[in-house]
Design a protein around this ligand. Structure first.
Ligand code: ZN
Length: 261
């Protein structure tokens, strides 16, 4: 007989929310119950799948670090970048280099469609084709997929299908449901960390095991080695951006005051 209760022998391994450790745990659980496949491998007859994409909102640097983490976890996913946001310039030399490296690690690269420059939904196909071609010409790597940034219902309902471009919200991977009807009992479970929260449910083992088709969206800006709550995460992101900007100015000119370093 043991001299003390068994439970005190169990060291609880607590990880910070949104840390790389937490992401590694989620990934191990997905791998345990599913085969993580690429969007291109899913068709209407596919009975079971897990697809993973990353929409890159604010930081190519964080996407790059996240891609390296995924490389150590031996998975390949899709990284979707914006070309119309005001937080990063995808076509700077540094960013092009990082995106190409992400691609060279085995991840796919796609367009994260910011609809802010769209004048009418009738033009949506032209708009996406135009932006993906520009992206391809700058990056010189294949762009064969897109995801909508903050998709309005109209965009989701349209189920846009374009030659040579996978719409990650296509009905193969995503089941549209009006919010008021709830998200229970969908054939394709959607799990997202949007706004640094799990509004469609947390990807715990029970949820991952219970669903045969799962579409995961993880935003790299939310995830760091340490793992932060929403406020501290934005603070650390802002600090990183200041460092990048400071370095940029320092390398561009020699009249930048040392006071800001
Ligand atoms: Zn987005």
């Amino acid at each position: 007989m043991l001299p003390f209760p068994l439970e005190i022998l169990v060291v609880k391994y607590v990880v910070n929310p949104f840390s790389y450790n937490e992401y590694s745990q989620i990934l191990h659980c997905i791998k345990k119950h599913h085969e993580i496949i690429d969007y291109s491998q899913v068709n209407k007859d596919t009975k079971q799948f897990a697809v993973i994409r990353h929409d890159v909102e604010f930081s190519v640097e964080r996407a790059y670090d996240f891609a390296k983490l995924e490389k150590t976890l031996e998975i390949n996913t899709s990284y979707m970048f914006q070309i119309r946001n005001n937080a990063y310039n995808l076509f700077s030399n540094e960013n092009i280099k990082m995106v190409r490296e992400i691609n060279a690690m085995g991840h796919k690269i796609g367009l994260h469609v910011h609809l802010g420059g769209l004048s009418s939904f009738a033009e949506i196909s032209k708009y996406i084709l135009h932006d993906s071609k520009i992206m391809e010409s700058f990056l010189q790597i294949p762009i064969n997929r897109f995801s909508f940034h903050r998709p309005p219902k109209e965009a989701l309902k349209m189920n846009v299908k374009l030659e040579g471009l996978i719409n990650t919200y296509e009905d193969r991977f995503f089941e549209f449901r009006e919010e008021e009807d709830g998200f229970e009992n969908l054939q394709i479970k959607y799990i997202s960390d949007s706004r640094h929260a799990w509004n469609y449910g947390y990807p715990d083992e029970k949820t991952i095991k219970a669903n045969s088709k799962i579409h995961f969206l993880f935003h790299p800006y939310s995830w760091t080695e340490h793992g932060f709550d929403n406020r501290l995460n934005f603070q650390s992101l802002k600090d990183e951006k200041v460092r990048v900007f400071t370095n940029t100015v320092k390398t561009e000119c020699n009249h930048f005051s040392g006071h800001f370093q």
